[in-house]
Write a protein that binds this ligand. Structure first.
Ligand code: NAP
Length: 281
């Protein structure tokens, strides 16, 4: 079994991006810029934002961090995002989710223009993905695809099973795999025969949020298994896959932590650089 090393892969991506941001600066005289908006005091969100800003520093991206209080109004958040949308030093805007209760997330995300939507959540970008066209793709599924490509795992003609259909992981993941010519099955909480569906997978992606849901008997011998899950349990962080036992059957497997997680931020930075590049065309 080959362990897929997300940390090392993310490091390689960041090194490539650093070279790319230096080229961008040399060619345009501008720095690539990412604005990060955090509303409230959610501790997990604070850590995510800190890591995103650190990622910017490491890759030569200028970050603009904006912190709003827990009780910020819809109008305050909207006017901040609209200002960033108009700022030509800002190539990407990220509003950290979840927003505090009382704020209309949909309206705020819509205020991010598609060309600065580094999270790939805007309907125009989701539409482009669904149509198999170029656009910005959500960071976590994009990170999974990057891992599969860098480990030279073939996808065309393979049967990929995605467990989970959320807007930020499962759905865009299924579309990405379809665009790579995989035959794709999407499973969710109402799927009647999850085990049977999973057992057919050459490539199995678990994005559910249920510790160790995917057990050895659900995995085909030699399957590639990607674990997106990040579950905090009494024993620490664990994925959606029963790692120790599935490792006996899988040909490739991602660990948690150290698998998909590090790739998510790397893809955010990659999307930011791509948005900056497109803004100059
Ligand atoms: P989510 O919005 O809660 O979606 C979970 C999906 O799993 C839903 O589509 C749900 O089906 C499905 N599901 C729930 N129970 C199921 C079951 N017993 N059998 C089959 N499907 C089931 O979660 P998410 O945002 O996609 O995140 C999924 C996991 O990935 C979480 O652990 C999250 O922490 C992790 N994550 C990791 C990263 C990273 O960077 N590594 C990024 C994002 C998320 P229904 O649609 O029918 O409800």
């Amino acid at each position: 079994m080959t362990l897929i090393d997300g940390k090392a892969t993310a490091r390689a991506v960041r090194a490539e991006l650093k070279a790319e941001t230096e080229r961008f600066e040399a060619q345009t005289g501008k720095k690539v810029g990412l604005a990060v908006v955090l509303v409230g005091n959610d501790p997990a969100s604070q850590i995510y934002v800190k890591n995103k800003i650190k990622g910017c520093e490491e890759t030569g991206i200028r970050s603009f961090a904006h912190y709003l209080p827990e009780h910020a109004t819809q109008k305050q958040v909207l006017s901040l995002v609209e200002g960033l949308a108009a700022d030509e030093n800002v190539h990407g805007i990220l509003v950290q989710l979840p927003l505090p209760r009382g704020l209309d997330e949909g309206e705020i995300l819509k205020a991010i223009p598609p060309e600065k939507d580094v999270d790939g959540f805007h309907a125009e970008n989701v539409g482009a993905l669904a149509l198999g066209e170029r656009g910005t793709v959500a960071c976590t599924p994009l990170g999974v695809l990057e891992l599969l490509k860098r480990y030279r795992i073939p996808l065309a003609g393979k049967h990929a099973v995605v467990v989970g259909r959320s807007r930020i992981v499962g759905r865009p993941m299924a579309l990405l795999l379809l665009n790579e010519d995989a035959t794709v099955t999407v499973c969710h909480s109402k799927t009647a025969d999850l085990k049977e569906q999973c057992r057919r997978a050459d490539v199995l992606i678990a994005a559910v949020g249920k510790p160790r849901l995917i057990t050895k008997d659900m995995v085909k011998e030699g399957a590639v298994v990607i674990d997106v899950g990040m579950n905090r349990t009494e024993d620490g962080l664990c994925g959606d896959v029963d790692f120790e036992n599935v490792a006996e059957k899988a040909s490739y497997l991602t660990p948690v932590p150290g698998g998909v997680g590090p790739m998510t931020i790397a893809m955010l930075l990659k999307n930011t650089v791509a948005c900056a590049r497109r803004s100059c065309k």
